[in-house]
Design a protein around this ligand. Structure first.
Ligand code: SAH
Length: 216
């Protein structure tokens, strides 16, 4: 149902991705009170003002990484762990970083329980990336950033891809950046709405809300 009506109908074509979306039990990643809406066509609250993304958004962003199974991936914003579970079926190794201790612990537990053994959940500020695992073939940011954090570009492997929502705190543009040596050509792909990326290279939550790229 979800795969056919929400994903195929909107142009998601990657068969491995469609299969993964059909296999990961999304209801395990939503709070008990929303289990009946787990496969509905929208985001859902996961506590602390955070959300699990709409299934189509997860599929769209994942497809942009053009995964073949060999890749090492960084996800910024683990949240429920759902996106990480999808990635775990499509790439070799996943690092997922989450600033909320509680969400990180819950997601780690849930992913272990479901047997997604190639995902490592780290608690920390993912706006600075996770240098310990770099370079990454793909980086996916599931929170809205004021600008593309420089450390994320620097942690990309050659021809590595970064998918990130960039823009204001309400709506953002989904941006795809790709490494070509020291160049990072970018493409704007369409609008989206994510909760804010906080942290050093995200929204500071002070003053005009814009961080100073770590210079504060
Ligand atoms: N991908 C998630 C949804 C993410 S919601 C899923 O599949 O469920 C965005 C998440 O980003 C929230 O959990 C929020 O706590 C986290 N976040 C915000 N700023 C962050 C930062 N600087 N580093 C790591 N995580 C961050």
């Amino acid at each position: 149902m979800m795969v056919r009506h929400q994903l195929k109908s909107r142009g998601i074509r990657d068969t491995r991705l469609l299969e993964a979306m059909g296999n990961v039990p999304r209801h395990v990643f939503v709070p008990r009170e929303y289990v009946d809406q787990a496969y509905a066509d929208g985001p859902l609250p996961i506590g602390g003002g955070q959300t699990i993304s709409q299934p189509f958004m997860v599929a769209w962003m994942t497809e942009l990484l053009t995964l073949t199974g060999q890749e090492k991936i960084l996800e910024v914003g683990t949240g429920s762990g759902y996106q990480a579970a999808i990635l775990s079926l499509l790439a070799d190794r996943i690092f997922s970083i989450e600033r909320s201790r509680e969400l990180a612990a819950q997601a780690r537990e849930r992913l272990r329980w479901l047997g997604y053994g190639n995902v490592e959940v780290i608690e920390g500020d993912g706006s600075q990336g996770y240098p310990e695992g770099a370079p990454y073939d793909g980086i996916i940011v599931t929170a809205g950033a004021p600008d593309i954090p420089r450390p994320l570009l620097e942690q990309l492997a050659e021809v590595g891809r970064l998918v990130i929502p960039v823009g204001g705190s309400g709506m953002q543009m989904l941006v795809l950046a790709q490494r070509r040596g020291d160049e990072f050509p970018t493409r704007e792909l369409g609008s989206c709405a994510f909760v804010p990326l906080l942290g050093r290279y995200g929204w500071s939550g002070r003053g005009d809300g814009r961080s100073r790229g770590g210079r504060l």
